[in-house]
Design a protein around this ligand. Structure first.
Ligand code: FRU
Length: 287
C-alpha cells in the first residue's frame, strides 16, 4: 500500500508567537501522531488577520479533509470559514469563536465561566473591595469579551472598582506598556486581572520595575505548566485559571467526522484554578 496519509487536516493557527498556541499545535501533532493515516498541515498567520483569511482559503483550495481554525478575530474569519462549511468541508473552530453557526463544531473552554470564577476569587481575596486594573485580551476576539463580561458579572454590587482598563491584545509587551500607564495614574493598586498569563507577567514586570510589585496581587489565565503554573509556584502570580487548548479533542473529533459519525456542535472543556495554596496538589476544579 501507499505510505501517504489517508486524511489530511489543515490547521490555521492565528499566532504561533504565543506559548499557549505552540502548546495547542503540539497537542494536535501529538494526537495526530497516534493515527498513522492522518497528516496535519500547519499554517501560522503570525497575528495577521488578512494572512489568516488567506490561509483558510489556501487550505480549502488544497482540498484538506478537515479544516481546523483558531481564529484571531471573530468577525473577519466568519466568512471564509462559513464558505468552507457551506461547501461541505467539516470545520472545527478552536478556542476563539466566529459569528453565527456556519461551522461543524466549536471546541473550547467557557470563557465567561472562567471570568466569573476569577471575579469570585478576586472578590474573596480582596474582601469585597479595592482598586483593580483589568488588562484585557483582544476585544475583537471572543475570549477577551467573555473573560471581561464574566468578571464584571461576578464583582457587580461589590466595592471592587475597575480603576484602569486597557486592551493589551493578549501580548506581554503591550500589557507591560499599559501597566506603566496604570502605575503612573494610580497611587494604589490592589490587584491586576489580566486575561492571560503573558499579560499578567507583563504587568508584574512593569510593577517590579517601579518597585511596586509587593503592593498588589496578579491574576492571569492559561495555566500552562511551564508558564502560569510556574509563575504561581514562584510567587509571581497569585492565581491562574487553566485554559485547555483542545488540540487533542480536535483530532479525536476530526476522526469521528471522518468515520461518518455525528458530533456535537459545541464541546466545552473544563478549567482549574491554581493558587499558591493548591498548586502543589494540582489546583482546584472550576464548577
Ligand atoms: C494565545 C492566547 C492565550 C489565550 C487565548 C485566548 O494567543 O492569547 O493566552 O488564553 O489566546 O484565545
Amino acid at each position: 500500500g501507499s505510505k501517504k496519509a489517508r486524511f489530511v487536516i489543515g490547521m490555521s493557527q492565528c499566532n504561533l508567537g504565543e506559548p499557549w498556541r505552540v502548546q495547542m499545535n503540539a497537542d494536535i501533532a501529538a494526537a495526530a501522531k497516534e493515527h498513522p493515516d492522518i497528516e496535519v498541515i500547519f499554517k501560522d498567520a503570525q497575528n495577521d488577520t488578512l494572512k489568516q483569511r488567506a490561509h483558510v482559503e489556501e487550505l480549502v483550495a488544497a482540498k484538506v479533509d478537515v479544516l481546523f481554525v483558531s481564529p484571531k478575530e471573530a468577525q473577519p474569519l466568519t466568512e471564509p470559514i462559513g464558505k468552507a462549511f457551506d461547501a461541505g468541508l467539516p470545520v472545527i473552530v478552536l478556542d476563539r469563536a466566529v459569528l453565527g453557526e456556519r461551522y461543524t463544531t466549536f471546541i473550547g473552554a467557557d470563557n465567561k465561566k472562567i471570568g466569573r470564577a476569577a471575579g469570585e476569587w478576586i472578590k474573596k481575596v480582596l474582601g469585597g473591595k479595592g482598586k483593580v486594573v483589568e488588562l484585557k485580551g483582544l476585544m475583537t476576539s471572543t475570549p477577551g469579551q467573555d473573560r471581561s463580561a464574566g468578571f464584571r458579572e461576578a464583582i457587580a454590587g461589590s466595592e471592587i472598582e475597575i480603576a484602569f482598563e486597557a486592551d493589551m491584545k493578549w501580548l506581554e509587551p503591550e500589557a507591560r506598556k499599559e501597566m506603566d500607564s496604570a502605575l503612573a495614574r494610580l497611587p494604589k493598586i490592589d490587584l491586576v486581572y489580566a486575561h492571560n498569563d503573558p499579560g499578567a507577567h507583563g504587568a508584574y514586570l512593569a510593577a517590579r520595575a517601579a518597585g511596586r510589585e509587593k503592593e498588589m496581587k496578579f491574576v492571569g489565565i492559561d495555566a500552562l505548566p511551564h508558564e502560569g503554573v510556574s509563575y504561581v509556584e514562584q510567587g509571581i502570580l497569585d492565581a491562574t485559571f487553566q485554559y485547555p487548548t483542545g488540540g487533542r479533542e480536535a483530532v479525536e473529533t476530526a476522526l469521528r467526522i471522518l468515520k461518518g459519525e455525528s458530533v456535537p456542535k459545541t464541546i466545552t472543556l473544563g478549567s482549574r484554578r491554581f493558587t499558591k495554596d493548591d498548586v502543589k496538589k494540582g489546583g482546584e476544579r472550576i464548577e
